[in-house]
Design a protein. Sequence first.
Length: 184
Amino acid sequence: MPDPRSGKTRLLLIAGIIVIAAAVAGFTLARSDPPKSNSAAASVEGASSAAVTQGAGTECDACTKANCNPARDGCEPIADATGRKLCEDAYACFVNPASQCLKKNNQGDAIPCWCGNNMTTCWNSNEPPKQANGPCVKQVFAAAATSDAATIRARLVDPAYPLGRAINLSSCRGSFCARECGFP
């Protein structure tokens, strides 16, 4: 066994650490580029907490303002009109009672709105019969800018995408403002 105090062992250890650090940095940089057409993160700089509301009534708006984060929740801060509309359409589908995908005491979890009857397979399957089949699947595809299950999973709560901002608002309101916002 080589002597751990030797210069060669230290040099190999340092080289290994540098390689690992470079790999982690490269992975982080590769994941940090949101799409230009649907970018929401850049448009929320300086947003007030009132910007996360969806006009769901005075009590809901007040609760949302007190509990939700405009840097990641809600559609209003999205500067791009198309991105904002995609976010609003997804959120509207999630909270529409006709969709029946937000369940009592589920803290606004909109995943059933995407996955439907395939809660265990929708995360990684793009083919029938295991793919997502929820009542809001079209809106989720549009707001995520993809129909690929693995990519949607990565964008679910990412505020750089209209889908992430809609999911985050549903989750915030369902967790903190369910009564005020009329969640089941």
